[in-house]
Structures are given as C-alpha cells and as structure tokens.
Design a binder for this molecule. Structure first.
Ligand SMILES: NC(=O)c1ccc[n+]([C@@H]2O[C@H](COP(=O)([O-])OP(=O)(O)OC[C@H]3O[C@@H](n4cnc5c(N)ncnc54)[C@H](OP(=O)(O)O)[C@@H]3O)[C@@H](O)[C@H]2O)c1
Length: 307
C-alpha cells in the first residue's frame, strides 16, 4: 500500500515514521508546499493531508487527490464533519468521491477520537444517553509555533481579543464537528452550540518546545462548548490547554461522563499525548479508510482505528 503525505509538520512526520516501520506500506514524502503535485497526484492508495485546520484550505487538495484515484485522510479539524462548515463543498466532494470509488476521512485525536469516537464507544454500555460531559486537559508545550499562535498562545490581551474577533485566534478547533458526529450517530437534533474561550496569562517567562511565552502573554486557555437540545445542555465539552500545566495544578487528563440511568465516568490518566496520539490515529486509520465505503465518511461510520 502506498501512502503519500502532504504537509511536513509534526503530524505528517510522526505518522510517516510510524508507517515506515510497518511491512507492506510504502511511504511517499512527507512533501512540503513546493511538492504539492507530487504529494497529491501520485495515485497513492491513501493521501494524508496534514496542513491546516480549515476545510476551505484543504478542499482543493482533497479534490485533486480523489481525482487521481486516492483515498484521503486529512487532519483538518473542520473535515471531521465538513457539513458543519460548508455543506456545498462537503456534498460536492462526497459525490465526487463516490463517483471515483474512494473515501475521505477527517481523522485525528481531537476531533476524531477523544470527543467523538471514544464517546460513542463508551455510550455502548448504557441503554440511553441523557447528557454528556467530555473534558480534556492538554499539555500544549510540544505543539508547533504556528498551531500555538493560531489556537491562542503567546498573545497579549489585546491581540488575543482582536484575534478572537477577526477569527485569527481560534482556540482549539473541532468541538462542533465532534458534537455533530456524536449527535448524528445517536439520532439527536442539536438546537445550537454555545462557546467561550478564556485566556490564561503567564505570570513569568515560560519556555515551550518551539515557542517562548513572555510574562503577560497567554500561556493557555480554557474553552467550553455546549450543545443544546430541547433547551437544555446535552453535550458539554471542556478543554484546558496550557504550556505548563503544573502552574495550574493540573496534569494531562481525559474524561467522559455519561449521564444515563446511572452516571458513568471514564477517565484516562495521564491524558492522551497530543503528538503521539494524533500521529498514531492517522497511521492507524490507513486501512480503515481504504476499506471504507466510498464518499465522505466520519469516524461514526468506521470501525475503531488500531495498529
Ligand atoms: N484532528 C486532530 O486531532 C488534529 C491533530 C493534530 C493536528 N491537527 C491539525 O492538522 C494540521 C497540521 O498539524 P501539525 O501539528 O502537523 O502542524 P505543523 O507542525 O504546523 O505543520 C503544518 C505543515 O503544513 C504546511 N502548511 C500549513 N498551511 C498550509 C497550506 N495552507 N497549504 C500547504 N501547506 C501548508 C506547513 O508548511 P509551512 O511550514 O511552510 O507553513 C507545515 O509543513 C493543523 O492545522 C492542526 O491543527 C489536527
């Protein structure tokens, strides 16, 4: 099986390294911007697009890869449920993928696992779901600089506020997508999704792996998304990210609380490593995307990913 990588950042290099250790897989790339054609048009069995978070920025790359006859995995968070962002683009690419007999999957750890696939798996042991609370506390210190700045780290208060207003500071992307994947699978109609992102400022200089945060700049944030059903919170997603979690008295953790007949809490400690977890889930999704039915699929349509 031939797997081509577009984007030569953390996820692509990590997933490519995992796949190179596997028999029967030939890894092409990772390719950078200048080698776009080589990455997308080599008729690989799977093209992994690990470049940006935004559907609009990967749509043309996806189209070219499927026209070449490749299945596509993209880590763009918005691609985990593209109908939440642009139903026309999603429908068009879905239809074209069906015609070409290939599939497209938005894959990753979050979205793609922690707030959706794992939640659905956990829901398997309850008779019905009343409401959900999913929480991640994430060590951001290993994230690349571009991603950190975009999600909201290393900003002074006014640049954080301005960035939130003009959309350049996004917080972590993907909660509405995860919520819609889970709601769709459980047959729930979401009325609306409310959200907030609160900055956390550094009280002194902090050195992350690829970025230094100065005193007074954002070192992390607290993010909350709530999906409302019948006027009440149905799915609450909490995300705390910081480049130095011990300063918050926290350590990485993941938890899923399912309120059903009885309340069940699943917890993962220490929380899933963002870099290794993301690279692994992409590498472990190769086979399931090849075996998937043609069209744009979500993690709710597929079996679990495993090595
Ligand atoms: N769903 C998930 O759970 C999940 C998990 C991990 C990552 N992600 C997302 O996946 C993306 C990649 O993550 P990463 O950690 O690998 O990021 P990264 O380390 O910053 O690497 C991104 C790579 O893509 C290139 N790139 C950026 N924008 C591009 C564009 N518009 N067109 C072509 N190439 C572009 C960059 O090139 P330059 O260096 O030239 O800019 C770099 O090679 C990010 O948006 C991240 O948020 C999602």
């Amino acid at each position: 099986m031939r797997v081509s990588f577009y984007g030569e950042g953390q996820v692509a290099t990590g997933a490519a390294a995992i796949l190179r250790r596997r028999r029967g897989i030939e890894v092409l790339g990772p390719f950078g911007r200048k080698e776009r054609g080589e990455a997308l048009a080599r008729r690989a069995d799977v093209v992994v697009i690990a470049t940006t978070s935004f559907l609009s920025a990967v749509a043309e790359d996806i189209r070219e890869a499927i026209e070449a006859g490749s299945n596509v995995i993209t880590t763009a968070e918005e691609a985990a449920y593209p109908w939440a962002n642009d139903a026309d683009v999603a429908d068009r690419l879905d239809a074209r993928a069906r015609e070409r007999g290939v599939s497209i999957l938005g894959a990753g750890l979050n979205p793609g696992f922690a707030f959706d696939a794992l939640v659905l798996t956990a829901c398997g042991v309850v008779p019905e779901v009343k409401s959900l609370l999913v929480e991640r506390v994430v060590d951001l210190s290993g994230f690349g600089e571009a991603v950190l700045r975009r999600i909201g780290v290393a900003h002074l208060a006014d640049s954080f506020t301005r960035g939130r207003r003009d959309g350049t500071v996004t917080g972590h992307i993907g909660f509405p997508q995860s919520m819609r994947v889970v709601a769709g699978a459980l047959g729930v109609e979401i009325e609306r999704i409310d959200s907030s992102v609160e900055p956390i400022f550094a009280k002194h200089l902090l050195a992350a792996r690829f970025l230094t945060v100065h005193m007074g700049e954002t070192a992390g944030f607290r993010q909350r998304y709530v999906a409302i059903k019948d006027g009440l919170p149905w799915f609450e997603a909490l995300f705390t990210g910081h480049v130095s979690l011990p300063l918050l008295g926290e350590e990485p953790r993941d938890s899923i609380t399912i309120r059903a007949q009885e309340t069940l809490r699943f917890s993962v400690t220490p929380g899933i490593n963002p870099q290794l977890g993301s690279a692994s889930i992409v590498a472990n999704s190769i086979r399931r995307v090849v075996a998937a039915p043609p069209g744009w699929v979500t993690v709710a349509d597929l079996p679990p990913a495993f090595p």
